[in-house]
Write a protein that binds this ligand. Structure first.
Ligand code: ADP
Length: 260
């Protein structure tokens, strides 16, 4: 299937670095305009950004829910990420995209923070209808931890592998991979390509995340891509720059990742 999976990073679409559950409205609009220009079958997965990471930290629910307060935190987190999803959906539809939200809570079950069940029926049917399924970083039921966070970065490779995606576009707030965190080290050098031959050298400079991220940040992304996305080209790029999604599709920006 000629399918493209587009991840809208929480660090770009929300005010993640300020730890505020707010969207960057103008940016979100520009992104949706760009997405509307992409032809063919596509799935959108957006991060939770501050809408998810903030309550998960506050209620300390990154390792399961035991106390009543944590159960409450779980419900608050779900409500919060759904609020973000509503905002993203409204903008996508306003831009003429036939987007339909697929709630990860409804289709995924995890075991010890890993996806153990994922019902793809609705996603496949929506693609047949030429609709764009939209998923997002969420909290789902977990066989051993009662509930756990499923990140957009875990959903993307899972879907790409199962649905045999042609390409994965990972939009974030930096223009791909650098020799070090570019937000902390001004001398960090851009890496144009990551593959099996330079992986060991480059991974040393890739950190988790400097923000409220609870799902592994950049390091988590690369680990999952290496493990699950063999043979599928992934582009990590700066979603904050207008027109960059279209450039990323043509591999004219960001970092190209391809593992064998
Ligand atoms: P998102 O929420 O968009 O998915 P994350 O916050 O999880 O993004 O990860 C992106 C962040 O990773 C960037 O903002 C950057 O500060 C950080 N990072 C750490 N190390 C690196 C590196 N070597 N190259 C690029 N980014 C890095």
């Amino acid at each position: 299937m000629n399918l493209i999976i587009i991840k809208l990073g929480g660090s770009a679409i929300t005010k993640k670095s300020e730890n505020k559950a707010e969207t960057n409205k103008k940016l979100l609009h520009n992104i949706c305009v760009d997405v509307s220009k992409i032809k063919g079958k596509k799935i959108i997965v957006h991060g939770a950004g501050a809408y998810g990471h903030k309550p998960v930290k506050e209620f300390k629910i990154n390792n399961g829910i035991k106390t009543e307060k944590q159960v409450h935190g779980f419900t608050e987190t779900r409500a919060s990420v759904q609020k973000l999803n509503n905002e993203v959906m409204q903008e996508l539809i306003k831009c003429g995209i036939n987007a339909v939200s697929v709630n990860p809570f409804d289709v995924i079950i995890q075991n010890n923070k890993k996806i153990s069940y994922f019902d793809l029926t609705k996603i496949k049917k929506l693609l047949e209808l030429n609709c764009v399924p939209v998923l997002f970083g969420d909290m789902v039921l977990d066989k051993s931890l009662k509930a756990s966070v499923v990140s957009g970065d875990a959903i993307v490779p899972f879907l790409a592998k199962k649905l045999n995606a042609e390409k994965v576009l990972l939009g974030t707030d930096v223009n791909g991979l650098f020799t070090n965190d570019p937000k902390k080290n001004k001398k960090a050098k851009h890496i144009s390509e990551l593959n099996n031959s330079n992986y060991n050298e480059i991974i040393k400079g890739i950190k988790k995340a400097s923000t409220v991220d609870v799902t592994g940040g950049m390091k988590g992304k690369i680990d999952k891509i290496k493990k699950e996305l063999k043979g599928i080209k992934t582009i990590v790029f700066d979603l904050k720059k207008k027109g960059n999604i279209l450039k990323a599709i043509n591999e004219k920006t960001g970092t190209k990742i391809l593992f064998k």
